[in-house]
Each structure stands twice: as C-alpha cells, then as structure tokens.
Write a protein that binds this ligand. Sequence first.
Ligand code: NDP
Length: 331
Amino acid sequence: AMDPVRVLVTGAAGQIGYALVPMVARGAMLGPDQPVILHMLDIPPAAEALEGVKMELIDAAFPLLKGVVATTDVVAACTGVNVAVMVGGFPRKEGMERKDVMSKNVSIYKSQASALEKHAAANCKVLVVANPANTNALILKEFAPSIPEKNITCLTRLDHNRALGQISERLKVHVSDVRNVIIWGNHSSTQYPDVSHATVKTQGGEKPARELVANVEWLQGEFIQTVQQRGAAIIKARKLSSALSAASSACDHIRDWVLGTPEGTWVSMGVYSDGSYNVPAGLIYSFPVTCRDGEWSIVQGLTIDEFSRKKLDATAEELTEEKALAYSCLS
Ligand code: NDP
C-alpha cells in the first residue's frame, strides 16, 4: 500500500477550505489511489468551526483519508507535511489601507514560513492561495530559505481555468478541447489572460483559438476584462466569493505539479521568476509551465507581440510595487 501523503490546508474552516478538504480526501488533488492525512490549521476564533469540519470529514467516511489533524498550533499543523496549501489570510476589510492588509499578511506568512521551514517534510511543495497570493508566496520564500525556491508557488490556475471557460463558452466547444491559454503576472486585476498561443480541438484538427474567435477586439477587450473581473461577478451573484472553483483549481495546480501535465499542454502557475520573457527575476509571477517528475519548468520560446509585451510589463510593475510595500512592512 502507498504511504499516506500529509496535506496541510491553512484557513481550513473558511469558505475555500471547506470546499477544498473534501476534494483532497476524495483524491482530486493527488489521485484516486493516494491515501492522505489532512492537517487543518485555523486561528483560535475559528477553532470550534474547525472541529465541526473535522466531524464532517469523519462522517463522510472517505476511504483515502487516513487521518485528520485539526489545530490552531502552527507547529503541529506544519509537522511532516508534504504539500501545504495556504488559504488562510487576513481579508481586505472596508476602509483598510492597502499597507495595513499587507502588513497583516506579511506577518502571517513570515511566521508560517518559519514553521514550514523547521517542521515540514523535506521537499514540501507549497501553494499560496490567500491574497495577495504572489506577494504572500514571495514572503514565504524569503523566510523559508531552506525550502527550495522551486517548491514555492501561488495560484493562478483559477484564472487560467476561467480563461479556458470563456473561450469554450464563446466558441460553444467543450472546455477540455481548449488548451494553452496563459495567465501572466499577478493574481489581481492586472493579470494578463493571453490566448495568443491557445488552440482548440475541432473536427478538422487543432486550430488557433484566435483564428476561430476571429474577433481581436473581443479578445483584447471584453475577454480579458471578464476573466479579470470574474471574482467580483461571482461575489455579486452569490453574495460570497468563489470557493468551489478556487478549491477545484487548487487541486488542479497540485495534481499537475505532482503527476505532470499532459504532453503538449501547459498550465499557468505563479512561480519564482528567473528572468524568462524579460520578467524581472525575484518576483513570484505567473508563467506558462509544464510539469514532469514533480518539477515545473517555464515554457520557453513563445513569441510575445507588442500588445502582450505591455501587459506583461504592467503586471510585473504592480508586483514590483507590491514587493516593495511588503518589504517596507518588514522593517
Ligand atoms: P476564503 O476561504 O473565501 O478565502 C481565503 C483566501 O483566499 C483569501 O485571502 C482570499 O482572498 C483568497 N482567494 C484567492 N483566490 C480566491 C478566489 N478566487 N476566490 C476567493 N478567494 C480567493 O475566506 P474565508 O474568510 O472564508 O476564510 C479564511 C480563513 O482564514 C478563515 O477560516 C480564517 O479564520 C483564516 N484566517 C487565518 C489567519 C491566520 O492564519 N493568521 C488570519 C485571518 C484569517 P480575498 O481576501 O482577496 O478574497
């Protein structure tokens, strides 16, 4: 039998956490044969709710779920974990300054980084979901220097999947026939959903999405805005933020990272920039990646036209500013 993999979910009593933990326990993240032990962390005010989630996990009698740790102690939560999904974070509240929100999250991610560094399994893979996701991941990287930088990522897969969904709706094709969209940059409204290299499977073979949509104005306007604003549209409709799609895409992110991307298909992940595509090194920036043997690599050699170049640079600029703001919170 396979040894169980320990999966940490922080903010586990929250909305996304509540949607995510059953998916993990059903094998949506690590595969249908992989046993898991769930580590759930939340803060003391959420401890009772967290106990309730644990009770439901027991009641669901998941065959793959070999154990549940529900705790408010960051060390107990991080000990021995192989995968860490960081969903907990300080929310934006009305009237709060950007710097205050950043400052709260910097201190959360600094302390959780230290706990992961000391107590997680060697080679632990980290996915940051909580906003500002890219910058929280960067802080985590800075304060967990012994975790390889390749192991620290942030979620842009939801944006990626939203882009696939919009192309699929527009062309009335199944979403699984669309591939290789790209989300560049920050998981924020400056992200750039790019279809320049996306393709669609048709009866006549694989065709460029751009050619099939045949409407540059839509692709460079409404399409981009719809993907960028989708989170707000869901809040408006549901009166709550997106949770099931965020949880599902977090599973997609880890699954593809661990088990690999299909031949010829890439996905978007926020990863530590090495300067590819002239994106400043030292930012956590979303790139197109392929994964193999548990490692991602940035897809190289794609042509970037002038329209795209501006968008790549604008979102990089925002991340550079966020990084400076985060560092100013450290001192
Ligand atoms: P959610 O579960 O809805 O969201 C959690 C985080 O994910 C937020 O930072 C949210 O950002 C972010 N996020 C990223 N992508 C998305 C997306 N597509 N849709 C929605 N959210 C997204 O929040 P809850 O408030 O329900 O739960 C948060 C949990 O974290 C609570 O259980 C709370 O107790 C815990 N917490 C932990 C802290 C700590 O560890 N010290 C501090 C504060 C809270 P955004 O805010 O921008 O929506």
